[in-house]
Design a binder for this molecule. Structure first.
Ligand SMILES: Nc1ncnc2c1ncn2[C@@H]1O[C@H](COP(=O)(O)OP(=O)(O)O)[C@@H](O)[C@H]1O
Ligand SMILES: [Mg+2]
Length: 238
């Protein structure tokens, strides 16, 4: 059942660790090295909002910054998630903030045009999409690409500007963050919660590990939980 103050992540064991899910209307950072499953976790979250409550769905916006929307749609289809269908139903909007940055012609209607990339432009597209589908959930994947080239005070200002807008829009948001890039600290402080995905290379095989680093308003475990990525997506071994 839908809880008024929590948003299902789509991953049952993670919801249990979070007293039902992510705090509604807040911004959560999902950080990790490349390939740890940040995009897949984000897709679980977006899809859960739509499909777990068919009578009262929570429409969602996905901003793609480091992968083309078509690549993300292809990755999703491997887990049985048909993003195109959700877009056709006006439950999901994907914003192409990838192509224009590379000087490529964007593939989607909602896109950052070539040469127009800025935080303001991305925020403008988010606000526009919100009005179209009455969005309640948002993923920016990854926030590190949105802050590319910004350092020190400018970066801090960028993050705070973003956080202020997201709070005003009262969307439940996942920002993903590539851990191997410098300057991740500011995003962490501006977020209501942080979930870290990582590798454990102690043995001959490399394992995957999840940890809730912080989650305000939530009495959560500090355990390091192993997980796998299977055809069903992320599966915690809690
Ligand atoms: N269809 C699949 N089945 C099993 N594992 C997959 C599948 N697709 C991707 N993966 C795993 O997920 C990883 C990519 O996850 P992703 O969420 O894109 O990572 P990130 O966004 O953190 O870079 C791949 O490196 C691979 O290990
Ligand atoms: Mg990714």
């Amino acid at each position: 059942m839908k809880q008024p103050d929590r948003c299902s992540t789509g991953i049952k064991a993670l919801n249990e660790m979070l007293l039902g899910g992510l705090p509604r209307g807040r911004t959560i950072l999902v950080e990790g090295l490349p390939g740890t499953g940040k995009t897949i976790l984000s897709l679980h979250f977006l899809i859960a909002g739509i499909l777990e409550n068919p009578k009262d769905p929570e429409p969602a916006i996905l901003v793609c910054l480091d992968e083309s929307p078509s690549d993300v749609m292809k990755e999703a289809s491997a887990f049985g998630w048909n993003l195109q269908r959700l877009m056709d139903l006006k439950q999901l909007v994907i914003i192409d903030a990838f192509s224009g940055r590379l000087g490529l012609k964007p593939s989607l209607e909602l896109a950052v045009p070539i040469g127009k990339f800025s935080i303001e432009e991305v925020l403008r597209l988010i606000s526009e999409s919100m009005q179209v589908i009455n969005a309640q959930r948002l993923v920016i994947d990854p926030i590190t690409a949105l802050l590319d080239g910004m350092e020190g005070t400018e970066r801090r200002k960028g993050v705070l500007q973003l956080a202020a807008v997201l709070t005003r829009l009262s969307l439940t948001t996942i920002l993903t963050s590539e851990l191997d890039q410098a300057g991740v600290g500011v995003e962490r402080y501006a977020s209501h919660g942080v979930i870290r995905l990582g590798y454990d290379e102690k043995n001959k095989t490399v394992g995957r590990r999840l940890r809730i680093v912080k989650m305000r308003e939530t009495m959560h475990s500090m355990d390091v939980i192993p997980y796998e990525i299977t055809i069903r997506g992320i599966e915690l071994k809690a």
